[in-house]
Design a protein around this ligand. Structure first.
Ligand code: GAL
Length: 672
């Protein structure tokens, strides 16, 4: 496992570097990310490159056993570039040009910018591409910009021509007869600003995705052309950020990484695990946590410090969900610059800050782990998948219908109770292959393509349990309504044996009676409710609405479609249940799909997560006490008393005692 920080040697005299590296070593660090904002240091004037300083820093890191991830600096173009080539600067929605100096002020689609980006990357590759001291490259930093220039408008039109082939096709997919939107020339099609035609809005998101993929491709190609094959390429994404389709953009990468910041308040493992799961799902492989906060940030409403011990839990929580590396941002703040007050490991005085001691403890935990196993050979393996789709999020967010309807919150509504029940989940693309799962949930997958439909239907045929959540299956790939009621795809309608007769944005909560496992209970549907209509005699209604608005009263809220010969079935959930009822629903789903929790007992605030070693019966069990009080975990009957906590080398011996924010990592054999 790799452990380290983002370090900016260009901020400091070279005479300081040895001390920084010594402190990194003594915190147990073995990796460092450098150079991702250092363009003006590497190319102070156009065509004049100075890499000796970087070579020297890399050399010092390497000779101290610290591997290097080299960042390409394109998130922060130098002033000479933006000054001489204003066409590289991004245009905001209101037509103003972005200002130099706040980074990410470039237009990723600008051909001039791509030319300069290629040039600096090629120069870096020429100098460092054959350097075995480098293990990988990070391209740019947190892609996020959308450009609204006329040039981008023209490119968008060319993109549409490429994708749709004819204006007739485009007009038909977008229903442009509506409000006289019909286009007779590609040049008439605008970039949507604010609410617009749903087809146009979705297409512009696809275009923004293409822009980032192309921008990235320029750098990927330059690196692959000249770097050692052992050098991997990554980009650091931003969790739920939806500026582009991450499944598409991550295709060209070897490795996905992300930056996890809490900002104000404290971390809540029930809702953060799913963001790691989302990131792991981008390429369906382990990921790097390329940045995380050393105590506090500088950009939130209240930049409070994490509690002492909390960062250690966060570190192991990330690992438990598939992180193979963890890097703090940043090592030390520059004296100037916009992020002076951000958390760091080293203070303005050059000495360790209090947080450093916790970082060093994590470093010694990781050293203990590394000395006993190769973490990267293990990964979380789960029976439950929650589907995720950028198209659906964009579609719904543009037409929430109830302003509180947040598609990410709906996904979380399933993820949270599973986390509380110690059931691991994968979050995968709505288009992903589903062969390995027992239970698949499609929460608010409004845009449901034929590919998804075929995959879901095959999954049910094989005996899987498929849950169609609210708003799922309402639209086609062009964001047009499907010509049948939800689930609007024919195979799914048949398997579900039910349809959504009507959807209701709620001004108040609607009562729901559940009859899931033979017992009845009462709950509420909040924000949204769908009235289900059974279409098949074999369809069972397992929840109904109580008296509410007249329309929903007594109607079906949850249905179970006919069960096929392999036990496969589709459950349609029309209610957005309150937390307790949702907890019951997920427990019942786990039960009918024969899902075993990672750990049988629930202990409030204590996480149990697992990673399995490939082709082996061995697993790592992570037990993380996310609370501020000590917890005892009774392992009698569940674990061999001789099982050793890798972090302390102590056997668990019946009761595992965890101090506040304490962690245990156990290697267990599930074949025994
Ligand atoms: C990240 C960014 C870092 C740093 C950090 C501060 O979004 O990638 O460069 O600015 O935020 O929290």
């Amino acid at each position: 496992m790799y452990y380290g920080a983002a370090w900016y040697p260009e901020h400091w005299p070279a005479a300081r570097w040895d001390e920084d590296i010594r402190l990194m070593r003594s915190a147990g660090m073995n990796v460092c990310r450098i150079a991702e904002f250092a363009w003006s240091t590497m190319e102070p004037t156009e065509g004049y490159y100075t890499f000796d300083w970087l070579e020297c820093a890399i050399d010092k890191l390497h000779s101290n056993g610290i591997a290097v991830v080299l960042g390409t600096p394109t998130a922060a173009p130098p002033a000479w570039l933006t000054h001489h080539h204003p066409d590289t600067i991004a245009t905001e929605q209101d037509g103003r040009l972005a200002q130099h100096g706040n980074r990410c002020h470039y237009n990723p689609g600008s051909i001039t910018y791509q030319k300069y980006a290629r040039r600096i990357v090629e120069q870096m590759v020429k100098r460092f591409g054959h350097d075995p001291r480098i293990i990988g490259w990070q391209i740019d930093n947190e892609y996020n910009r959308v450009d609204y220039s006329e040039d981008t408008g023209r490119r968008f039109q060319a993109y549409l021509k490429d994708v749709y082939g004819s204006l007739d096709a485009l007009n038909s997919h977008w229903s442009t007869a509506y409000w006289s939107q019909s286009y007779s020339d590609w040049r008439e099609i605008p970039i949507p600003i604010g609410p617009h035609n749903p087809g146009l809005m979705l297409a512009f998101r696809h275009f923004a995705t293409r822009v980032w993929a192309d921008f990235q491709r320029v750098q990927v190609d330059s690196i692959r052309a000249g770097a050692l094959s052992s050098h991997w390429i990554t980009h650091n994404f931003m969790g739920w950020f939806d500026g582009f389709d991450h499944y598409v953009v991550s295709k060209d990468l070897d490795l996905v990484s992300w930056d996890w910041y809490v900002g104000s308040g404290h971390h809540d493992y029930l809702s953060t695990g799913v963001v790691h799961d989302l990131t792991r799902g981008l390429k369906r492989q382990n990921f790097w946590l390329m940045e995380t906060q050393p105590g506090c940030v500088n950009w939130s409403q209240n930049n409070n410090m994490l509690n002492k011990g909390e960062a250690r839990c966060m570190a192991w929580h990330a690992v438990a969900h598939g992180a193979d590396a963890l890097l703090y941002w940043q090592w030390r703040s520059a004296y100037g610059g916009q992020e002076q007050l951000h958390g760091s490991l080293i203070g303005a005085d050059g000495a360790p800050r209090p947080f450093y001691s916790e970082a060093a403890q994590i470093g010694s935990d990781i050293a203990a782990l590394n000395s006993s196993l190769d973490l990267s050979k293990s990964t979380p393996v789960n029976d439950v998948a929650i589907l995720h789709s950028y198209d659906s999020r964009w579609s719904i967010n543009a037409q929430r219908h109830n302003k509180s309807f947040d598609p990410v919150a709906v996904l979380n509504q399933y993820a949270r109770p599973f986390a509380a029940q110690n059931i691991g989940i994968d979050v995968v693309s709505a288009e992903a292959a589903l062969e390995t799962y027992k239970l698949v949930i499609a929460p608010a997958i409004a845009v449901l393509t034929e590919t998804s439909e075929a995959e879901m239907a095959a999954f049910v045929e094989r005996g899987g349990t498929l849950v169609l959540g609210v708003r799922t299956g309402q639209k086609d790939a062009y964001n047009a309504l499907l010509p049948a009621l939800q689930p609007g795809r024919p195979l799914l309608r048949k398997l579900a044996g039910a349809e959504v007769a009507e959807y209701y944005a709620l001004d108040d909560s609607a009562p729901v009676s559940l009859n899931l496992a033979g017992t009845t209970s009462e709950g509420e549907s909040k924000i949204w409710a769908e009235l289900l209509r059974p279409l098949d005699d074999a369809t069972k209604v397992v929840a109904t609405y109580g008296e509410f608005n007249g329309w929903l009263d007594g109607g079906a809220a949850i249905t179970v479609g006919p069960t096929n010969a392999n036990g496969g079935k589709v459950i349609v959930v029309g209610a957005l249940l309150d937390d307790d009822a949702q907890g019951e629903l997920t427990e019942w789903l786990a039960q009918i799909a024969s899902i075993e929790p990672v750990w049988p007992d629930h202990i409030e605030g204590v996480e149990f997560s697992r990673r399995r070693f490939k082709d082996s019966d061995e697993e790592l069990l992570f037990i993380i006490n996310h609370t501020r009080s000590a917890q005892d975990v009774n392992t009698a009957g569940s674990l061999d008393p001789a099982t050793v906590n890798i972090l302390t080398q102590q056997p668990v011996q019946g009761t595992l005692h965890l101090e506040a924010y304490d962690v245990a990592v156990l290697k267990i054999n599930i074949g025994v």
